[in-house]
Ligand binder design. Structure first.
Ligand SMILES: [Zn+2]
Length: 305
């Protein structure tokens, strides 16, 4: 058990949360109170690793299933960024993935020959674009961003490594999501999956393994653009071509951790959902990760062309 990514937040005025109540078949709002002394104010929420605890002013400590580590870190993000602090509940609502401050310009297609695709890959891109309703790499970027959306608040180790206010690196956060997207793209092409949502995450993890991840440096998805741009930023192409093996390995390892966290969370959820039918060996496909409250964002990568 790691205790990385510790966050402490004191709710001076008390904290009201929604709890599922079978009698009304819905959620009832109630204040969080200390089970020992009944205190409802001055309660400190603590997230560490993947766990959360609560602490009252008298020093009593307890855990509450309705207050996971991800909720505490999301609230801390709202405090840090000066937004109104609301309790996010057990569902994720706040994006912690930092935005890298750099030009978004997409790279030009290299001259014929070097780095261009086979016509088979072009045709697969066209078919996959139709199947996903957006260019295929756009959907890969959208789904890869969701991996980080889930993992950053929930996993203290990834939070500490990638969330800038916790000492993490925005560049590592950006590159690990990009590598996850490239691995999704390449895994889909290699297995000719056209809908990214049907892709098993294990196939993505396989391409991020040590010894295999370097091949992702050569992947160049196309952007749907009359100028035939590559769907990668100039800055990212440069990092794909020139970053040190150490940096690359760290990004690939981090991308692997993002994928692994999402697989684990999906299994935990399926175990509850499927009960007797639950199979621990089943593939976790991308669509299994869908979170009702979490919106697609197919624009975050390339807003300027
Ligand atoms: Zn107490």
């Amino acid at each position: 058990m790691t205790e990385a990514g510790e966050v402490r937040l004191t709710a001076e005025c008390g904290l009201v949360i929604g709890r599922y109540t079978p009698e009304v078949a819905g959620e009832l709002e109630e204040p969080v109170s200390c089970p020992s002394c009944g205190a409802t104010t001055g309660i400190t929420l603590i997230a560490f690793g993947r766990d959360a605890r609560l602490l009252c002013g008298e020093g009593h400590e307890w855990a509450d299933d309705h207050i996971p580590a991800s909720a505490v870190r999301q609230m801390m993000h709202l405090v840090t960024t000066g937004q109104p602090v609301v309790f996010p509940g057990v569902h994720l609502q706040v994006m912690l993935q930092p935005v890298l401050d750099e030009p978004h310009t997409l790279a030009k297609m290299p001259p014929d020959g070097e780095g261009t695709q086979s016509s088979e890959q072009d045709w697969w891109e066209i078919r996959a674009g139709v199947a996903n309703h957006v260019p295929v790499f756009t959907e890969c970027l959208n789904q890869a961003r969701k991996l980080a959306f889930r993992a950053l608040p929930g996993d203290g180790d990834l939070y500490a490594r990638l969330y800038p206010s916790a000492g993490g690196s925005a560049l590592d956060a950006h590159m690990s999501v990009l590598l996850a997207a490239l691995a999704m793209y390449q895994a889909s092409y290699l297995t000719r999956v056209e809908r990214i949502r049907e892709l098993p995450l294990a196939d993505v993890a396989a391409l991020l393994r040590p010894g295999r991840s370097a091949a992702l440096r050569k992947v160049r998805p196309l952007a749907v653009d009359p100028d035939q741009h590559v769907h990668l930023r100039v800055t990212d192409i440069d990092r794909l071509e020139t970053s040190s093996p150490d940096d690359w390995d760290r990004w690939a390892r981090t991308a692997t951790d993002l994928v692994a966290y999402n697989i684990e969370i999906a299994h935990r959820w399926l175990k509850v959902l499927q009960q007797d039918r639950y199979d621990p060996d089943q593939d976790i496909r991308v669509f299994r990760l869908d979170d009702r409250v979490f919106e697609d964002d197919t624009t975050w990568y390339a807003t300027v062309r």
